[in-house]
Design a protein around this ligand. Sequence first.
Ligand code: SAH
Length: 354
Amino acid sequence: MSALLDSLLTRIARTGPMTLAEFMTESLLHPKHGYYTTRDPLGASGDFTTAPEISQMFGELLGLWLAQVWMDQGAPAPFLLAELGPGRGTLMADVLRATRAVPGFHDAARLHLVEVSPALRTKQAEALTGHQVSFHDHLADLPDGPIFLLANEFFDALPVRQFQRGKTGWHERMIGAEDGRLIWGLGPESAFEMLEDRLADRTEGQIVEVNTPALPLAEDIGRRIATHGGAALIVDYGAAVSHGDTFQALKAHKPVDPLTCPGEADLTAHVAFAPLAKAAAPARASAPTPQGVFLERLGITARAQALATRLSGPALDSHIAAHRRLTHGQEMGTLFKVMSLTPPDAALPPGLDP
Ligand code: SAH
């Protein structure tokens, strides 16, 4: 039995069933056996891949977006160039390469990365060799100042709670134990205040998810942007509000049963963007805009064609496949959404729906 499964069973025997959020926190961030604590899970040989790992075009376009918004706000200097959950550091490296020629941008940028994984911090430092980087455990630890922030596939890795609609209230979905295995169960029916507005649109038996840690984070980002200026771009799979069970475990690019191998699979849930937008007020939130639409508006096809002139054979084929993967409706183009946060009085930034 894995050491983490053992420790989860012991904990349940001692204190009873745990919420899904507690299970996710232990599985992903346990100091010794947590999924993110112990490994670099990205890429073809890992468990999942992400947009910046698929093509350099993603980070280049996001970099130019940041530079444009920075200039539109009068090029504040210095400013925090921040990222939540930077993975292998690929996105930030592409952002920095794409913005090298933007006058004053690099001189003014102070790099701040929020990352819990020691294994990935090492990769990030390598990817950003030559740049001065400050690492943080929490967004709250960053200094104040104008902030330009990216978060790609970060919010989906945060722990969610799940609730099943009962007759007049909600049952929280819990994880308990039976015969040395983890099993799903339901807590007693109760009125959860944060879900009052969801009683009307859910019927008995339907599930909603609540990403509890995402809300104070969105609030902090919104406060920083509204007070000091700046912008955030949040990219993730999801929709405006939570509809049902989207909790999933991926191992070697395939779905697995999340309860059988804690600490060995990537655990995610789709992001509900409307609650983030609400929490970030008074900062102005765009609509969650489909990633494919956003990247097309920023000119990904022109960039793809320019890069294609230098490629041939298998490299050209994989470049064309990467463009399709990032933008096509049946790949990442529609399921992934992009939402910006900007100061309350700023114009809507490029590429986004109002
Ligand atoms: N943005 C990267 C990686 C996405 S994977 C990319 O697009 O490739 C999720 C990232 O968030 C990893 O770097 C992981 O270690 C980090 N992470 C997960 N939970 C976190 C938490 N609670 N606080 C800070 N970083 C976290």
